[in-house]
Design a protein. Sequence first.
Length: 410
Amino acid sequence: MHLAYRQESELRPHLPKGMQRGDVERLLVICAPRLGLTSSQLHVLLVMMHHTRPEDWTSPERDPMCFAAQSAIADDLEISPRALRAIERQLEDRGLLSRDTGAGGQRGKWGDFALGHSFAPLIERVPDLVALDAQRAAGRQRAQVLRRQLSALRRQLREKTEQLLTAVPKSPALPPLLSAMAALPRRYADLPLDRLELLRADLEVLHRHAIDAFSETERKPCRSEVDDRPHIQDTSYNDACICNVSSATKRTSGKPLDTVYSASAPNGAEAGQENKGGGYVSPHKPDLLTSFTPRALYNAASNDFRLYLDGYKRGVLPDAGTFIQAAIAILPDLGVNLSAWDEATEAMGDLAAALSVLVIDANRFHPARPIHSPGGALRAFTRKARAGTLNLAGSLIGLLERSRNGRSAA
């Protein structure tokens, strides 16, 4: 309890410019668990705040005070005055209000002298509430990113395992991989952030084991000459695999795009098929990371995108999974709603969506036509992919040319 009398010239704690009492109430509702507030304590606090004048929260000359009689507030809350007094003491102990009442519990205002409940301590805690809210929002956004990364990793793991199962059904690597896949949780929505982080790391390890096991089968000399094809990172696919590769790797006529910057696959492009995700399936046709080398794409990416690639890559150069994980991670920085990513992957597949993000991010700094709305641009790419008019290869060629010319000029 402190002396309620003050000099008129004394400046009082007040809300930052642009904030109102309602903003504090919203923060309290959101941050109550982190403040250790029970539902009863929060309810009492909000009711008492409603008995203050809204303008006193923003005035540097007055404290927001609750002058309502204790019996009246207890009646509003349908609790006993004794229970109310106990909660008031708890709120004071948490530094959310200060109690200034007369000996008989009197409350009121007489000139510059006031008796009641002051919320000046709560105003001083507002920066802490804002920080807690920002932390909560960042955690929620991080969880949303992790769920998309987990889904992408799970698809890649399934695809690589299917390739291994088709190529070497008795591979000793298969039983532990299949067992680990069966133990994965079906849903991620209810998992806490730390569990999502651990699960992403575990899935990454499993995916790497599947890649290594499949690569080992390709290096064995006992394979037939027909099946023996040069291994290009993890982009060579077996006839029986099911994968998501971009419809953007086709011309509008449905034919595969000519490869650029590297040679065609040994057996040439073959007829493919459309799967549920809108991806193009071809067992021997090079994918986007064969047509456009990872080194060239890495050099053409923005500095921000390269930072994410460096964080996720496991070797000297990024692979398809690295581009996908980095693209998902950078979306919040670009202000792209994650629903736009979901639509893009459904329309064109994970890898094409990731390289679309790479192009869009790099073109924010285009010398003539910079992209100001990455989210709008990604949705535009998605619409074109659905219509069969997306020329992602052309966009990548333009980006690589600009990157190469920039390095030459430097």
